[in-house]
Design a protein around this ligand. Sequence first.
Ligand SMILES: [Zn+2]
Length: 844
Amino acid sequence: MTSRRQCKSSIRRVAAAVTAALAMLPSGTGLAQPLPAPPAWSSSSQVPLATEAAMAPLHSLPPISSASVQTADASATPGWTVRPAVQKAAATVHDGPVLVAGSAWRTVPYLVYGGTTYFGIWYLQQLLRAYGIDSGWNGTRLTLAGFPKPVAATVTVSGSPAPGVGALWVQGQAYVDVSAIARQAGGTVSVSGQAVSITLPRAAAPSPVSSGVARPVARTATVHPAVSRAVAVSGFQANGEVYVGSQLWRRVPVVYSGGTSFFGVWYFQQFLQAYGIHSTWDGKQLAIDDLPRVIPQASITVDGADPLSGAAVAWQGHWYVPASALTAAGVPVEVQVDDSAAGPGEGAAGGADPGAQDGTAGGPGTSANPSGVASGQTGPLVTLRGRLVFDGASYSVQQISLRDVQTHAHYYTDVQADGSFSIPVPPGQYEVFAAIGQGEAVYLLQPFTVPAGSPGQQALDVHLPALPQGSRLAVAHADVIAWDKGVSAMDLQSVADLFEHVYPEVASATGLAEQSRIQVTLYSSADAYKQHFLQEGYSAGEAASLAENSVAAEEGLNQISVLLPALHQTDGLNVMVHELTHALVATVSSAIPSWANEGLAWEMGVDAELDGSQDPVLTSAIPWSNWMDTLTHQRAGDLRPLGQADPLDTAYNVELQDYWAMHQLITRFGLPAVMRYVRAIDHDPDAFSHTFGMSFDAFANQVQASLAQQAAQSDAGFTMRLAVLAGGPDTVYITSPAGRAFQVSGLAPGHTYDITCRADGTVQAAAGLRVAAASGVGGPDGVWFVQLKTSGSLPWQGIALDDQFGIPYVVQAVLYDSAGQPAHAYPATAVSGGLQVVGLTPLH
Ligand SMILES: [Zn+2]
């Protein structure tokens, strides 16, 4: 944009329809986005707000205390600590086997904590070692080197295409299926110890494969009945990390008990799935279809020539050797990887796919398996007996909202006159999200855990900070300032809480620090916000445009402006991190291109919005719901090339296109490389190509190609895996985007079900469920909606899903008030009535 100011002003745009709706909404109530009445559920209201979230978080964060166990005597310690601090908590452990290719590898202890099953990282490392795969564990980070990944590729042997010859990517090198090559040539592969001998007679008739793969030696294991014993948990780390080589695959929760670190079985299954390996978990044993076996230093002989040394991989009955080894032996082999978006060069994967697959592997395929419930929300409900503890003068609190850390489901409960409250919740990790007073709220973000196997009740103290006096609140890293009298004490406190909650993440992930204290100025109305921009020297038109289109702005090195009503409509964590990222980037670069600046701010902001959630359906839902705007304009053909649009001038949200591009860059090269680029921009005109080894134009073309490829996909519908949690319904209602209503009955708590929603508006459910047309059931237009009965004490609530460009994703959860009007809506994969979407798979 044009600006008289030297410093950049970065803008977060809000869909105009939403901005227009703001005036009608009470400010400050929102823990979410109150929606206009149902008719506004048209496609325009689904234009994503200026808040979104990224898929796989790709930066490393400091360990945080995201969980602490509440007892009557122990209060939560909100905020950030360097080491996880968890009091002794109840967990159980039982022994069970790990099976590989049908054979028992060994028996390992499985630890059950917070509804999730974990197994010892030491055992995982031993398992990988048995298959020739090195790994390291430093207490919070598991690093795997050279885990073979199948890639879709076209293999050419001696100049001729060789269909049916597969390829693996291992540590940046292409490996080819030499068993298939030998079979096609009528040759053989034989393996003895570390010696791989390949013969490739050119003229022989095809013969059956002699693969010679050494199957894992079956060990006999005595399978004991699963007897659980109670153990103490000494620590919990929500943000353990799994790296493949130098690439972060995903953050995972880690539990510490009895001197051993435990890793979630479900996450290991997700990891295997990303590498094309199927596994099942039935609550007692983990069965892995097959693992690739690596011989790190094989001797490879081709047609009796001198042996070459290299690694060889046995997988699914075939041997793979480096394409370079065959070429060196006189059999030229080329591997052209088909999946350009995945970019094989980084050798890591999983985070590379823009997410559809991420949501599909919601756990084992059986429909009765609770380990598919990503949140760990299994087991009977636990009634929280809460009380308010004021750190200073008390104030009116009428409602408390709790948020499930994984699913982001909100639980609202009224506070009694004596400051007590009571609410049943499933076991899991939570935050006391906010205390709601008269028409406004204070965000608290205080973590606590409800362990699985808890007694029926648990005490919960909610600590309420003393509200600031005056118009300014100084906290550790910021001054929060009220611009006008419409900004309340609760607003000041809320923004301070949000800021301090996310500051350590951003500083740590970017490696940047503020030059002077950050000044966060709050505006209670769009008019006040506009006045600010006028005072700063913007033209009337610019100021009006800024006030209308942005939630917040960053100006210079340490100034952040926040329009409060818009903040309450969007995700506050996302907004604060977005602007803070700009402020920190400004300390090292004034020449950073807008696309990189906005893309990075979005990436960081979305990660903050996820706030530690590892729920794969949520972590893909938030980015995709933002990118739909970009894909829509890609398909319409009015998207400008990356970096060439004026952010305030176009028909679409340019920042979301920037976010798509930056997400690809970070996925391929990692955040540290991106930060090296950011630091180099001001003094190296070729910083982009020097950092990433390609020109910016080449990258922009790849971004364009990836958008074109995704935008060309069509929607055939999807299958959702629905988990019914404790206290959940036996019947759900599903409405199609065109309003056809279905009743699906026969559900039971503790089970998961696959339900298919087809593009023609029909619904099909797993065996054992009954699907019937329903009458008198409505839902929002334009989206699929899974909703609960309105009978009993439960409010009307449901989960909206959409399916565009071949990507099914959760749009948001919606809670209605007693008059049937939407009261709260926010991205979440579960609702308090006991329903969770644990997987989404597109139909093709
Ligand atoms: Zn921005």
